[in-house]
Design a protein around this ligand. Structure first.
Ligand code: 13P
Ligand code: SF4
Length: 323
């Protein structure tokens, strides 16, 4: 409608004026993903989002996603201004892994290599040896296991268990989960699979083991989107945040996309899983943060330099490995 279009125009003008670029995750509102694409920004998974900042010559990165994504952008690009529509957009994994308790966990296992998921605070990353995202966790742990290293893993226990089973690595797992993906239930998925026997099952590895076990493809958001495009199936059952359907539909408009069921939902659940923190990103607060520009401190990521210098090393290690 007209109000939305005028908000979009305002955002476009402000981005240009401030030499700013949008970096959006696949789980945010489709309007924001579209705007990022239209304005020369990026829509991506968390590994690609991390890579993008260094390649861009924009002065300001506006990260539409959750806080750890903004922090990673700032850690890698300290000279750039990194803004977010709201810094209140956290993540249950980040919340479930406080730096002090995590540090004690590391102290208790000094002979382990510390591998943390990107969905963590800058402080937790600063205490780690490696940062991984869902798209690169398997090869990195495989590599460490081949070198005979024992691994301390945090925070997602489901992803950790999946990596452990696939690689055979010796891993000690922190006990935390994504509140969105944890809602997918194995028994309900079995029912939906019976209704759609030809559909391929796509699962994000933050899901519980009994859901992962039914997958045709397990992968990061980018990897799942690629599967919808590449596989010959006409239908897909998708176990991840519903925000991903915007891009899947754009790339494969003639394919049927079925949301995997969550607890308490019937077999035909259509939009079950949506991250409440990703949902905090909207056109309104995006326009507002750009409007307030340099005056604003509330929505600008700031990271203490001593923490940044330690956190950048394990992130850079991941990016070098991924190259
Ligand atoms: P991806 O790295 O697969 O984009 O996942 C990020 C995330 O937060 C999934 O819940
Ligand atoms: Fe965190 Fe889960 Fe939201 Fe991803 S979907 S940002 S892991 S709470």
């Amino acid at each position: 409608d007209a109000a939305k279009e005028s908000l979009k125009d305002r955002v476009k003008r402000l981005l240009a004026e401030q030499e700013a670029v949008l970096v959006a995750h696949y789980y945010v509102d489709g309007d924001l993903q579209a705007l990022a694409e239209e304005t020369g920004g990026l829509v991506a998974d968390s590994l690609e989002m991390a890579r993008f900042g260094a390649k861009s010559d924009a002065k300001t990165l506006v990260v539409c996603g959750v806080r750890f994504m903004g922090e990673t952008a700032k850690i890698l690009n300290p000279e750039k201004r990194v803004l977010m529509p709201t810094l209140a957009a956290t993540c249950s994994l980040d919340e479930g892994c406080p730096a002090e308790a995590f540090s004690a966990f590391c102290d208790a296992h000094p002979d382990h290599t510390v591998v943390v998921y990107a969905n963590t605070s800058a402080e937790v990353k600063a205490r780690s040896d490696w940062v991984v995202t869902s798209s690169i966790a398997l090869p990195i742990v495989q590599h460490l296991h081949a070198r005979g290293e024992k691994i301390l893993w945090a925070p997602d226990k489901h992803l950790g268990r999946y990596v452990q089973r696939m690689t055979g690595a010796e891993m000690r797992l922190w006990d935390s989960a994504c509140v969105v993906h944890e809602e997918f239930k194995g028994f309900a998925l079995e029912r939906v699979r019976r209704l759609h026997p030809d559909a391929a099952v796509l699962v994000h590895p933050e899901s519980p083991t009994e859901v992962i076990d039914q997958a045709d493809v397990v992968g990061s958001t980018t990897q799942l989107i690629k599967a919808v495009h590449d596989l010959p199936n006409r239908a897909f059952i998708v176990a991840t945040d519903e925000g991903i359907f915007w891009k899947m539909h754009q790339l494969a408009p003639d394919k049927q996309l079925i949301a995997a069921p969550t607890a308490g939902e019937g077999a035909t659940c259509e939009s079950c899983a949506h991250c409440p923190w990703m949902a905090m990103n909207a056109l309104q607060n995006l326009a507002a943060v750009l409007e307030r520009g340099d005056q604003d401190q509330d929505q600008e990521i700031r990271i203490e330099e001593s923490i940044r210098q330690r956190a950048v090393q394990p992130i850079q290690r991941m990016l070098d490995f991924a190259r």
